[in-house]
Ligand binder design. Structure first.
Ligand code: SPD
Length: 383
């Protein structure tokens, strides 16, 4: 896929840039904005008289450095109140009910499509998003929001297996390590799978050689058998604190997002310490690649302030700081050189894709058939 090749080039450039120099204050313009606008002082084009006192940000858990919120408040006098969720489906349920009070949400690719189709998002005012010039143009204009009318990329990542190398000294190369009862029996109660209607059936689909978007009834029946056979050995379906439980060794094996595994490995600020024995792999059968995006809700009470906050998050220094903290992959091309050698080294150890890995990554898409995953997931969890 063209996009995968482009992502790879972006990342390889980042990894090649160890010790790279400083950033220009502004970048050349493109169709998304005329200048870099990366200046913190007044004179930055922000009309402070239009700013709200508070902004309501509905984000995935452990998905922003809290220091960034403090920096935004110090500069603009706006307090950002964060509520968290752990699945697109939970977020969508809350938003669909209406009057959520939230200004900004962070849907993943396929969930952006759903939100646009259901009229839940406000169109963006690009004139307020001058820092769009810092995003990799190859990561804009994606299938789920052509022209970025409603959304801009926040972070992207991959989904595979996180494991503790003390318990798996030979490494892991197949989903069999987490799905086959005879292989997981000795780790019973120390294993988790993501609590996610697309991720967990998707992993089982890849294990049996199918696309993670397949809704073929026979394939889904086999997926159901695999997941039900695995379920007695799991501590939980968990998308909320896999990072902490891997770090503390309550789990030794987990279906995990790359950044969550990175947090288990490196720790998360003042929240918890890292565990150097945590490794991450995309199994040979393949895994998911995805992108989370910032979107302003149609009924956002503070749309102007929301734009100012989004523009702040796109400053290269802010994006680099955030990426260092949460361990995912930034779409901000001008942030890449600002990343530490430590995170680049871990990217090379498998926490980010290389050329070979890209070939076995796949995006989740939404179509008329994919509601089958919600039904399947309800069945699996209810059994
Ligand atoms: N803790 C933050 C996790 C963000 C994961 N979002 C992507 C989900 C892809 N299915």
């Amino acid at each position: 896929m063209q996009m995968l090749r482009v992502l790879l080039v972006t990342l390889l450039l980042a990894l090649a840039a160890c010790g790279g120099g400083g950033q220009p204050a502004t970048s050349p313009g493109n169709e998304y904005g005329a200048s870099g606008g990366d200046t913190p002082e007044s004179g930055d084009g922000v009309d402070r008289s239009r700013l709200a006192r508070e902004l309501y940000f509905y984000n995935w858990s452990d998905y922003i450095d809290p220091a960034i919120l403090e920096q935004f408040e110090a500069e603009y006098g706006v307090r950002v109140i964060v509520d968290t969720y752990d699945s697109n489906e939970d977020m969508l349920a809350k938003i669909r009910a209406g009057n959520s009070g939230y200004d900004i949400v962070v849907p993943t690719d396929y969930a952006v499509q759903i939100m646009i189709a259901e009229g839940l998002a406000a169109p963006l005012d690009k004139s307020l998003l001058t820092n769009l010039v810092h995003l990799d143009p190859n990561l804009l204009d994606q299938y789920f929001d052509k022209g970025n009318v409603y959304s801009i990329p926040y972070m992207y990542g991959i989904t595979g297996i996180a494991y503790n190398t003390k318990f798996f000294p030979d490494g892991i190369d197949s989903w069999a390590a987490i799905f086959e009862p005879e292989q997981i029996a000795e780790f019973r109660g120390k294993i988790s799978m993501l609590d996610d209607a697309r991720e967990t059936p998707g992993a089982a689909l890849r294990y049996i050689g199918q696309s993670l978007n397949s809704t073929d009834p026979a394939a889904l029946e086999r997926v159901k058998e695999i997941l039900l056979a695995q379920k007695p050995y799991l501590a939980a379906y968990n998308s909320s604190d896999v990072n902490r439980k891997l770090a503390s060794e309550e789990y030794v094996l987990a279906h995990s997002w790359s950044g969550s595994a990175m947090q288990a490995r490196n720790g998360l600020g003042d929240e918890f310490s890292g565990n150097p024995d945590i490794a991450f792999v995309i199994p040979k059968e393949g895994g998911m690649i995805w992108m989370d995006n910032l979107m302003i809700l149609k009924d956002s009470p503070n749309a102007y302030t929301a734009h100012v906050f989004m523009n702040f998050l796109m400053r290269p220094k802010v994006s680099a700081q955030n990426t260092e903290y949460i361990g995912y992959l930034t779409p901000n091309k001008d942030a890449l050189d600002l990343l530490s050698d430590e995170i680049k080294e871990l990217y090379q150890q498998g926490f980010a894709p290389d050329e070979e890995m890209y070939k076995r990554l796949e995006w989740a898409v939404r179509n008329e058939g994919t509601t089958a995953f919600d039904d399947l997931w309800t069945e699996i969890k209810g059994e």
